[in-house]
Design a protein around this ligand. Structure first.
Ligand code: PLP
Length: 441
């Protein structure tokens, strides 16, 4: 029922690796956690498939012209995947820049040795100017007082502050509207320590490429960029595209894209499946197996009653781990490549599955709650649809109680070779159908 979490895969000499600040950070973390590492863990874990992450990055890279850079969005701990390992993998794969929501997230990346430019998408809060400057982060600006605060901190530190003007072209969230831009640009002239290196906005309906709002937003963006250039500024980076817009760009004026969900294997377009691999595999093991006779109920409220002799597997995962209670009674997990139903209410620490149909099932068998066993998959989109949300929230809601285990690039797929459950007949996905459905960028 318990398993050693493989915190360190590899086995090469530690001494030669110490030259890398990232590895130094990893080894230091391992050293400091030594007293608590060496005991067996509950088998509930999230396996982060770094090869899948790299595959997804390369999919984006291949579709994009070489003069467009990629800013990997790693905010919210890389959508729950672990920002440090994700950023390290993507830095090695060639990502030019990283996007975080708040300065604290940027600082964590710097502490881990990520040296590529980092943009604080949400801007620096009052009091964060010094840390943003000292760590060489870029930040967005859209409020007058941000200019004043960043400028005076930069003057004090004897540095220049690298900023991106954020335009609201139709998202209605952060950013300057076009009518406020002339005043902002006039104000900017008073702040000599501010360097405007970028102009950005965010698309509201990029997952519906045909929607006219996309073209409208890009027209507004183009007019904003024109005004900024007419004020004598020469921003190097123009960026509006998230994952969806990166696959189907509404115009070609941007030279930097900001994908998030596609890197993690989420499908960015509402109506199209792209060849992206899930990075997050949420797994556990069967703790307890027993037969319930017909008429016997399962879990709080007894919302499931067996109608036949039913083999019930109790698995050590619950809503405290982020296994949402709305998945109760009817969603499915994977056991030995068979999709099996969740029965009864999901509890705080336990969930029950009907494994009657699974051939040879045994205690301690692996269970996949999210992700794939070979070609049999539970996608974040399936889970999201069931609970009435989006794949982003599914990935972010797996709780910190669940350890992330990193499978390095090059790890063979341990479940390859048997594409479907022999008895249940659950077919894996036909990968040949995942053809390129949108044209090259
Ligand atoms: C400003 C900004 N840019 C880019 C992204 C990445 O979007 P996506 O995950 O849809 O690719 C986000 C995510 O919400 C964002 O807020």
């Amino acid at each position: 029922m318990v398993q050693e979490i493989p915190f360190h895969q590899g086995g090469e000499s530690v001494l030669t690796d110490l030259e890398s600040p990232f590895l130094l950070y990893v080894y230091l973390t391992l050293y400091l956690s030594y007293p608590t590492m060496h005991y067996a863990h509950r088998p509930t874990r999230v396996e982060i498939d770094l090869a899948a992450l790299r595959h997804n990055y390369m999919q984006l890279r291949r579709r994009t012209s070489t003069d467009v850079d990629i800013m990997a969005v790693v905010k919210a701990d890389a959508y729950g995947h672990g920002a440090v390992f994700v950023a390290q993998t993507l830095q090695d794969a060639g990502a030019s820049m990283f996007g975080v929501a708040i300065a604290e997230e940027g600082l964590a990346l710097r502490r881990a040795g990520i040296m590529k430019p980092i943009l604080v998408l949400g801007g620096a809060w009052p009091g964060q100017e010094d840390i943003v400057l000292a760590e060489g982060m870029h930040t967005t600006v859209f409020e007058y007082d941000q200019l004043e605060r960043l400028n005076s901190a930069a003057r004090r530190q004897g540095r220049r502050c690298t900023c991106h003007i954020k335009l609201d072209t139709g998202m209605g969230r952060l950013g300057l509207q076009l009518e406020d831009l002339p005043g902002f640009l006039a104000h900017l002239r008073h702040f000599p320590y501010i360097d405007i290196v970028g102009v950005m906005s965010h698309m509201a309906l990029a997952d519906e490429p045909e929607h006219p709002h996309n073209a409208t937003q890009m027209e507004v963006f183009a007019r904003g960029v024109e005004q900024i250039r007419a004020a004598g500024l020469t921003p190097r980076y123009l960026h509006s595209y998230n994952s969806a817009a990166s696959f189907v760009p509404p115009s070609s004026m941007c030279n930097l894209m900001r994908p998030g969900i596609a890197l993690y294997g989420g499908q960015p377009l509402a109506a199209t499946r792209l060849d992206l691999h899930p990075v997050m595999n949420f797994r556990t093991q069967i703790a307890h197996l027993k037969w319930l006779p017909p008429g016997r109920g399962v879990s709080y409220g007894q919302h499931f009653t067996a109608t036949r002799p039913t083999l019930v597997a109790s698995i050590p995962v619950g809503y405290a781990d982020g296994y949402n209670r709305l998945l109760s009674n009817g969603f499915h997990a994977i056991v030995n490549k068979c999709k099996v139903p969740v029965i009864g209410k999901v509890c705080m620490d336990w969930t029950m599955l009907d494994v009657t149909e699974v051939p040879g099932v045994a205690a301690y068998d692996d269970v996949t709650l999210l992700g794939c066993e070979g070609d049999v998959c539970v996608y974040a989109e399936d889970w999201a649809e069931r609970i009435g949300t989006i794949s982003y929230e599914v990935m972010c809601q797996v709780s910190k109680r669940v350890p992330r285990v990193y499978l390095p690039v090059g790890t063979p797929d341990r479940t390859e070779g048997t594409p479907e459950c022999e008895v249940c007949g659950h077919r894996g996905e036909d990968k040949s159908a995942l053809q390129e459905q949108v044209g090259d960028v």
